[in-house]
Design a protein around this ligand. Structure first.
Ligand SMILES: [Zn+2]
Length: 298
């Protein structure tokens, strides 16, 4: 089998071309990253083990090259190594631009057991794939990343089930070819179970969670002086919550809160009280959702 890498590697850009570097990591697309064993050693127990072993001059996967600096061939591409090393080196953290970058970095962080990069890349993925949670779920299942699969399933609750899966068969993302049918079905079962939980929520439940409610002695819309805008808000919230069963749905609807009662409309205190109530309701909804199990086969 021939090595697909061309014979003359390119050097990476600064800071990965330092003249005093003592190790070179070569990417799968043949870019040499000159760095320091101590940085890798401190960042990753996998690299620590690698460099703690006796280093013969030549062995599989390692060669001595470039002024006697050891070269280690890695399977990651140059952008992934640039990000991985950028997080480990002193200085500003690199910016993860795309979903592909975040996914590759997360897989590499797991391979080299670098916890802080795992956290950073996972957070970035959850932000970048907010509108494609099923795709993210499929990726997480393919790589058996359980915590990410659970977070992706929760993200999926912000999308109604009919819109959850890709609709265009000609551009079906590759991760849908590798996820098991069982795990994909369990994403749908989980979504339906959460919908069922929120379908049982009535205004009284929300009132109890949100106490004390915004009070108003003017509009007299409720025998307990609860202002009319609160009932308007709940009547808009409940149908949406039953399609998108998540505390984030409560917060999203709450951001567009309209106070129709003229007595309360200009009151910052009433608006602040309402925002506190909305946050309490969101917490209550998430408490209920967190009790719904998600079954995964890994
Ligand atoms: Zn009012």
């Amino acid at each position: 089998m021939t090595d697909p890498r061309p014979t003359s590697p390119n050097s990476a850009k600064p800071p990965f071309n330092h003249p005093r570097a003592d190790i070179i990591l070569r990417s799968s697309d043949n870019v040499d990253f000159a760095t320091f064993k101590s940085i890798l050693f401190l960042s990753s127990p996998v690299f620590e083990d690698m460099f703690s072993m006796p280093q013969p001059p030549r062995r599989a996967g390692t060669q001595v090259d470039k002024d006697d600096i050891p070269v280690v061939d890695l399977s990651e591409d140059s952008r992934t190594l640039e990000l991985l090393l950028g997080f480990c080196h002193p200085g500003d953290r690199p910016i993860i631009e795309t979903v592909v970058e975040a996914r590759n970095l997360l897989v590499a962080a797991m391979k080299y057991d670098i916890g802080f990069i795992r956290v950073a890349s996972k957070e970035r993925l959850l932000a970048l794939e907010k509108s494609e949670p099923a795709s993210l779920f499929a990726f997480a299942c393919t790589h058996k990343i359980r915590d990410l699969a659970i977070d992706a399933a929760k993200l999926a609750l912000q999308i109604p089930e009919p819109d959850l899966l890709p609709k265009n068969p000609s551009i079906l993302p590759p991760e849908f070819f590798s996820i098991s049918a069982g795990n994909l079905m369990h994403l749908l079962f989980y979504h339906r179970a959460c919908v069922a939980v929120t379908a049982g929520i009535i205004t009284t439940d929300l009132d109890l969670a949100a106490q004390p409610l915004p009070r108003c002695t003017s509009c007299g819309a409720h025998p307990q002086y609860v202002c009319s805008f609160w009932r308007d808000f709940q009547s808009r919230l409940l149908p949406t919550l039953r399609r998108r069963p998540s505390g984030e749905t409560v917060m999203t609807i709450g951001r567009y809160l309209s106070i129709s009662c003229s007595h309360c409309a200009g009151s910052d205190a009433i608006r602040n009280d309402a925002n506190v109530c909305i946050k309490k309701m969101a917490v209550r909804v998430d408490d209920l959702i967190n009790k719904v199990p998600l079954h995964l086969d890994f």
